[in-house]
Ligand binder design. Structure first.
Ligand code: NAD
Length: 423
């Protein structure tokens, strides 16, 4: 069965969700408050780099996928309302729900018209949020979740850089539901996808997402802690040690093993805020998490740790070349990137002569951060101009960087380059 769907928020998750449902034959309206983003999308371009999503946009734009500036009208026609807006970290680590509330405010006045719809939270929200924050928010408006409309959550597990494939070929679809009718609608909507479908309680749906992200964060901080111990002991080939660890057949060559590898800390939009939100939620419910607080502490220590390695090799007048600005390779997302944290520390300590290069993210980085630094147009150029080279993001093209730096010091924050001699 084909449905009409409104999607609020057209970022990585919302745009991918909207186009995936369009691909399956549904009629999808997309709405975003960011005018610049809407303008870019309407011109048939992506506001970020995402392989496959660009083609899907061109294929469905103004056919099954329509960008609307009239969200109420779209909702009136819709069977589903998917909320895919951001849920940034609040002051004390908690998930800030202001964009979810503002999205709900846009359509709440039109959903008591007798038509049964299902509101689906795809944004990442900590366990108990749908039941204890969102449903009461709707009830406070005089609405009756469960009888007038369904409320569910449907956490998203896609990886940036692989958004389209992860959505179309999802390895699991999880829906936390509060009413049978909404559950049946979601089951029917997702029957067009060949992924296992799990309908669980509202809190379980949310919990499963945090189970995933906090485990990834823990594996990264574990690896970083081990790399610090190895540095302290000395004489340990860290890259080789982790590569041998991955040969254990219990990993089964799983890509998951790439998270059990040291670097300069996790960044990006999700792991930092989601781990902090899990701690904040747990504290608010009366349990102080022992491991997760340390996972965050180890992660927070990594930029300073790496900056220390850099300043050991650089004079304040030296030009420091930073390779990689996105939070991970194959992405131009610079949110919470390690490079920004390391550059900030270096500049605070008086190392102001910095040049940076990223294969995709020079512009997004200079737009996002107001650092007074130079940008190189290639790794070759960066290496020529730098006295000390620092590899921060493990782009494939940096693997052979040692061939470009001659005798200059290289600080490989990702234990990534070939023929490594650790600093
Ligand atoms: N990026 C990821 O890899 C990823 C993966 C899984 C889950 N998530 C979660 O999905 C959610 C969205 O993440 P994202 O990366 O797509 O964020 P994003 O910042 O790229 O996109 C969010 C969009 O929502 C829009 N928005 C804000 N308020 C709005 C409103 N009232 N109405 C309509 N649009 C509004 C913003 O303008 C923005 O374009 C977050 O909760 C995130 O944690 C993200």
């Amino acid at each position: 069965m084909n449905y009409t769907i409104s999607v609020f928020g057209l970022g990585f998750v919302g745009l991918t969700t909207a186009l995936a449902f369009a691909e399956k034959g549904n009629k999808v309206f997309g709405y975003d408050v960011n005018e610049q983003r809407v303008k870019t999308l309407k011109a048939g371009k992506l506001p970020f780099v995402e392989p496959g999503l660009d083609e899907a946009l061109l294929k469905h734009q103004d056919k099954n996928f329509v960008i609307t500036s009239a969200p109420e009208k779209a909702v009136i026609e819709s069977d589903f309302i998917f909320l895919c807006v951001g849920t940034p970290g609040g002051e004390h680590g908690e998930a800030d729900l202001k964009f979810l509330y503002s999205a709900i405010d846009l359509f709440s006045s039109v959903i008591d018209d007798g038509k049964f719809r299902t509101i689906v939270l795809k944004s990442t929200v900590p366990p108990s949020t749908t039941a204890e924050r969102i449903i009461p928010y709707l009830e406070a408006k005089g609405l009756k979740p469960g009888s007038q409309f369904g409320v569910a959550n449907n956490p998203e597990f896609l990886r940036e850089g692989k958004c389209w494939d992860d959505m179309i070929n999802a390895d699991r679809i999880v829906c936390g539901t509060s009413d049978l009718r909404g559950e049946e609608m979601l089951r029917s909507l997702y029957s067009d996808f060949s992924s296992p479908f799990f309908a669980v309680s509202l809190n379980t749906g949310e919990f499963i997402k945090y189970l995933s992200n906090t485990l990834l964060a823990t594996m990264i901080s574990y690896s970083n802690e081990m790399s610090k111990i190895a540095d302290a002991i000395g004489g340990i080939q860290i890259k080789e040690a982790f590569e041998v660890l991955h040969m254990d057949r219990r990993w089964g060559n799983a890509t998951m093993s790439s998270y059990v590898y040291p670097g300069c800390g996790y960044g990006g939009y999700c792991l930092p805020k989601d781990t902090a939100a899990m701690v904040a939620t747990s504290l608010s419910k009366g349990y102080e998490p022992q491991i997760l607080e340390k996972v965050i502490a180890v992660n927070d220590s990594m930029p300073q740790y790496m900056a220390g390695k850099i300043t050991k090799h650089a004079k304040k007048t030296d030009k420091i070349g930073i390779l990689g600005l996105s939070f991970k390779p194959d992405s131009d997302d610079v949110r919470d990137s390690s490079s920004a944290k390391i550059i900030r520390i270096l500049m605070r300590e008086g190392y102001n002569n910095i040049v940076a290069y990223d294969p995709m993210a020079n512009k997004p980085f200079s737009d996002e951060y107001e650092f007074n630094i130079e940008y190189a147009s290639s790794k070759e150029e960066l290496c020529i101009f730098s006295d000390v080279v620092v590899l921060v993001t493990a782009w494939k093209e940096f693997e052979d960087i040692r061939n470009y730096i001659n005798e200059k010091p290289l600080i490989d924050c990702r234990y990534f380059t070939l023929n490594l001699e650790q600093e």
